[in-house]
Write a protein that binds this ligand. Structure first.
Ligand code: URA
Length: 432
């Protein structure tokens, strides 16, 4: 290992066999934390080639448990987002895609950094079981074409160990390491196709389109090398997506959006429709973009996706009505009003940090989350206001928490001149 690390330090490329040996050592403990950290730093300084990234991805994926392809009678396609603020797309997309004839084995993560996690949102529903065993996941996939679960320690265990060391050694932001980390876990779902939503902007990990495209290109190349058809969509994260940020409030927004297409937030609708359309195209469920888009629209407006949303929650033990009652009983809400006139700009990072420090996210590993902490926007970036207009409603489980969030929100919503807003869908690349 010392000799291998010396070569990596000096910029040499590792062979596939060497990467397999390294990943095995990371998984079984033969490679020490110091050696893992040395590899991570060398990979950040010298970068990994596409071949190395592909070998690392496959080795990490193979070193744990995974679902095989073909468990459902339908093609299995999933979407992965690089993370944003108010990004509740997965909650709508999964029932929509299933209603359109796909299988969606959805293994999700918890909040990472300032970004919210699908698992935390789903766990705000009382009784909803996210810690599914492989057998339970397989049964749901076979019988109902989908499940929603949290990643377990058995899935890509080497990534779990490397990820926590990346966090501690300042080596998170490397395109090759991010690619291998994301794809090794997604490829454990036994997928026939993957749509990657690479978020760009102030509330995303990738702040510029250039950085986002470097990551998107790396993911597309490695997916291709691994034989996984992958479409990459670049979407804007300069402002929160949709009308809410928080765990339970985002569940409620997703449910209400599926219940009424007309009342759903237009940006959330556009991004969701685009991503599900790409999933259908990848699986050849529809052959043209127009036909795929029409299928998605029909699954939404007919109520089929809304019914699937509730069916998925009930199948995994969730009590929707009970949570609505519990939230009503336990939450305190305050309004945030405009104090001047102008056009508003909502800073996604400031909103995310405000929600997190009010208890809606984890500041440290192991922190518990208050599911009812959240923000519901009345107005959004680009809207004009005058003094006294309601901007947002904040909620929390205590008067102090809600007041703290109300003050932080006032700072996160700036009122002034209009700013340029990026288009929702910036670019996309389909597999050749
Ligand atoms: N999400 C992951 O799972 N891994 C990364 O490295 C970044 C985002």
């Amino acid at each position: 290992m010392k000799e291998l690390l010396r070569r990596k330090r000096d910029g040499a490329q590792w062979t596939e066999a060497e990467i397999v040996q390294f990943v095995e050592g990371v998984t079984n403990g033969d490679v020490t934390d110091a050696q893992c950290a040395a590899f991570l730093m060398a990979a950040c300084i010298n970068d990994l080639t596409v071949d190395e990234t592909a070998s690392l991805t496959l080795a990490m994926m193979r070193n744990g448990t995974r679902l095989e392809r073909g468990i459902s009678s339908r093609l299995a396609v999933d979407k992965h987002s690089t993370g944003g603020v108010g990004d509740k797309v997965s909650l709508l997309l999964s029932p929509l895609a299933i209603a359109c004839g796909l299988a969606v084995p959805m293994i999700s993560g918890r909040g990472l950094g300032h970004t919210g996690g699908t698992v935390d949102k789903l766990e705000s529903v009382l009784g909803l079981k996210m810690a599914l065993s492989m057998d339970e996941s397989k049964q749901l996939l076979r019988e109902h074409h989908g499940f929603m679960s949290a990643a377990t320690a058995e899935i890509a265990p080497a990534d779990r160990r490397l990820y926590s060391l990346r966090d501690a050694t300042g080596t998170v932001e490397n395109v090759g390491l991010i690619t291998a980390s994301i794809l090794s876990k997604k490829m454990c779902e036994g997928l026939d196709g993957l749509v990657m939503d690479v978020k760009v902007g102030k509330g995303a990990f990738m702040k510029t389109l250039d950085e986002a495209q470097r990551l998107g290109t790396s993911i597309a190349s490695v997916a291709k090398a691994a034989g996984l058809p992958c479409t990459v969509v670049y979407t804007s994260m300069d402002t929160p997506l949709g009308q809410s940020v928080g765990n339970w409030v985002e569940m409620v927004e997703a449910e209400e959006a599926l219940a009424s297409y007309e009342h759903a937030d237009p940006r959330l609708r556009r991004v969701t429709e685009c991503l599900v359309t790409e999933m259908l195209l990848l699986a050849n469920v529809a052959t043209t973009e127009t036909a795929a888009h029409a299928m998605v629209r029909s699954a939404w407006t007919s109520g089929a996706a809304h019914r699937e949303f509730h069916a998925m929650i009930s199948r995994q033990g969730g009590d929707w009505e009970g949570t609505l009652r519990d939230a009503q009983r336990k939450t305190v809400s305050h309004e945030v009003v405009a104090e001047s006139s102008g056009v508003i700009t909502v800073d996604p990072m400031a909103v995310a940090l405000a929600v997190m420090s009010a208890g809606g996210g984890r500041l440290r590993d192991g922190d518990t989350i208050d599911p009812y902490v959240g923000v519901r926007f009345v107005l959004q970036s680009g809207d004009s206001v005058k003094p006294g207009d309601a901007l947002a409603v904040v909620s929390g489980s205590s008067v102090e928490g809600a007041t703290e969030l109300q003050n932080a929100l006032k700072r996160a919503i700036q009122i002034g001149d209009p700013k340029n807003i990026m288009p929702d869908i910036i670019d996309l690349t389909r597999p050749e």
